[in-house]
Design a protein around this ligand. Sequence first.
Ligand code: ADP
Ligand code: MG
Length: 367
Amino acid sequence: MARIEFDRLHKQFPGQPQPAVNDLSLEVADGELLVVLGPSGCGKTTALRMLAGLEDPDAGDIRLDGRSVVGLEPRDRDIALVFQQYALYPHLSARDNILYPLKVQKMPRAERLGRVQRVADQLGLGRLLDRKPGQLSGGEQQRVALGRAIVRQPKAFLMDEPLSNLDAKLRTHMRTEIKALVRELGTTTFFVTHDQAEAMTLADRIAVMSAGRLQQLGTPDEVYAHPANLFVAEFIGSPPMNLLPVAQEHGALVTATGWRLPMPAGLDGTNGDLTVGLRPEAIRLSREPVPDGQPAQVFLTEPLGSEVIVNVRLGGALLKVRTDPQVRPRPDDVVYLTADPAGVRVFDSATGASLVAPMPATAGAAA
Ligand code: ADP
Ligand code: MG
């Protein structure tokens, strides 16, 4: 187990116009599952590879349990990697693939076999240990790759999009398994993905990155409820946060269509262009006129079983509203929108920064 620290880490590849990782500082607590989330090319893999020792930073420090590991060989960092490509040895059985790191460690045979059996049981691989990778499904191969990481009992797991090759159903299932496994083992985990739903379901905390820079570091609830900027607001959540330009008028925020939205505390007097953010569930939809209700026209209704996403036109914008499953307005119906005052977020349109301070964290909230 280990605490991981990135301290102003910087990396620019030769010939590249922008740094791959730009002034990245963050800390992963001992036993924490940190998910690094961001679009393709934002620097996730580069950050992970520097932690693994596969890439050298240009500047900054990486510490494991307070000790700098910059310059140490990958094998001297005591961390285990799991990639999207399973990288199993095709000619070895699942058992020997899992055993392999222990052979390198020169561990006595009986102890080795005992450990492999325990790991195989944890991963539900017991019956499959004699098979070669070619005789295993994608999900089973990924389990073997996980087994090979776990069996070493490393200080930390580094996982780079390990579930991307699996179909949607298996991916959801493996997410739950990985979360349970990491909980059980208590091993610090640095997990990279571009999939926000994967990040939300897995993470103790999420580090959202864009263009090499850390945008926000927080629990899934924090990044969802209080995105630090417009990038996070749009990247997290499905459908994403609705964004509308607003003007300030006499203590209210007013959209171009005249919708008056409650002004969050502490905002009065802010200058500059503002953008309001409303999660799809922060908008209430009524069939009848209501006080302060903004009339809008239904464009499309998307039933998702447990909920319905109603797309409504408001001026030139298309808003997504989350409603109960029985609400089924038809295209061109007029509905009335009101905003949940607790769900109104406000951003500086020019810088993208959030202008609404999050609620103080609940005392005693555990990771
Ligand atoms: P991600 O994993 O988030 O998709 P990467 O860390 O792989 O992003 O890449 C970050 C940026 O660095 C990208 O612009 C990518 O093209 C560039 N990059 C990554 N590896 C190299 C390399 N070995 N040489 C040159 N550029 C690279
Ligand atoms: Mg990558």
